[in-house]
Design a protein around this ligand. Structure first.
Ligand code: GDP
Ligand code: MG
Length: 159
């Protein structure tokens, strides 16, 4: 694209989306990836990884005083997670809407949690809650960096 276009795209927002161990075990990676792909967001990093307790505790450090914290860490380290970075206009806020409310009983039908899970302690996915946390989480999960590429469909997604 021209310079104007490059300018817009260098400012594109990124969010950290993670399919939790239950989502991986239940074979929901494809379903969740499909929703972000179909929306028009661009996948710029992805890996299957079994996080250490220390790594997971750092990811959820803001929740360390909660009584569910030990159970959360046990759940999140019980198997591989699918760590991803998705890029696009409004990716953080829209990503959260696509995941649905934290409590699956309150997640709207049509959202990932609303459609695919029942309990808060098995809510299958994570999404950054702000641009600031997205940047922190991306650095935490992808210290090796992300994969920059230009999608051939960008002119058909952005006006
Ligand atoms: P999220 O940003 O929507 O994932 O929600 P939070 O950041 O508040 O919590 C992180 C994760 O901790 C949630 O996705 C749940 O898996 C878990 N969690 C949050 N609240 C509770 C709770 O009340 N009970 C249990 N068991 N887990 C919770
Ligand atoms: Mg959160």
């Amino acid at each position: 694209g021209d310079d104007g276009c490059r300018q817009i795209f260098s400012k594109m927002e990124r969010t950290y989306i993670m399919i939790k161990p239950d989502g991986v075990q239940r074979g929901l990676i494809g379903e969740i990836v499909k929703r972000f792909e179909s929306k028009g967001f661009k996948l710029v990093a992805m890996k299957l990884t079994k996080p250490s307790k220390e790594h997971m505790e750092e990811h959820y450090v803001d929740l360390k005083e909660k009584k569910f914290f030990p159970g959360l860490i046990e759940y999140m380290t019980s198997g591989p997670v699918c760590a991803m970075v998705w890029e696009g206009k409004g990716a953080v806020a829209t990503g959260r809407k696509m995941l649905g409310a934290t409590m699956p009983s309150e997640s709207d039908p049509g959202t990932i949690r609303g459609d695919l899970c029942i309990e808060v302690g098995r809510n299958i996915c994570h999404g950054s809650d702000s641009v600031d946390s997205a940047n922190k989480e991306i650095a935490h999960w992808f210290p090796e960096g992300i994969c920059e590429w230009e999608s051939c469909s960008k002119a058909w997604i952005y006006e």
